[in-house]
Ligand binder design. Sequence first.
Ligand SMILES: [Fe+2]
Length: 229
Amino acid sequence: MKRSEINSIISKAIKFLKKHQFYLPKFAYWSLEDWKGKGEEINEIIDVKLGWDITDYGRGDFYKMGLIHFTIRNGNPNTINQGGKNYCEKIMIMEQVQQIPMHFHSNKMEDIINRGGCSLMVQLYNSNNENKFSNSEITVSIDGELTNLAAGAIIELSPGESITIPPRLFHKFWVKKKNGKILIGEVSRVNDDIGDNFFVEKVSRFPDIEEDTAPKYLLCSDYKKFLNR
Ligand SMILES: [Fe+2]
């Protein structure tokens, strides 16, 4: 992805979030100079990768396969057993005909919440021992109500509705309507994008970035590159 495209996606995302009255913490708006002026007091932000996370999954076609995430809180998988934070919260925006690739998480259990916009479509499969689709029936909790579904079933979440995705349940989601746009919440166990995602297709979790202009905001995957931390 080009840096100019990422800058523009984030600027539009900030407007969309304000329209939905979803307010972000201050570090969402920090410039590169602001980031550089911070020291050890922001170790938590850096260590657990809070902040903007825009991805095209390495496919180079953001509006076909991609997602805007902002991680608001997260724990460190290494300190959970020492009383560390064991939860994560993200806000996401899915646009137009975008979709995310089919995947499961080995450890993370996540609630995906439609927080406003149009309907969110979610397709599900159990996984088998070879990490492939199973034909077995799926049982999931949709807003606290156990629901049995056939393998590969597609459910529709209207604004306000949510689904709990347990570990090893394959899931993929997309926006129902053309020209639709959805504000999606995620409440989960600690998020570890380096080691806990299993994708069916060959994709990369973070984009390759062409630095055609300066970053207006930093992505969580930029902290190493621009702050060396
Ligand atoms: Fe997921």
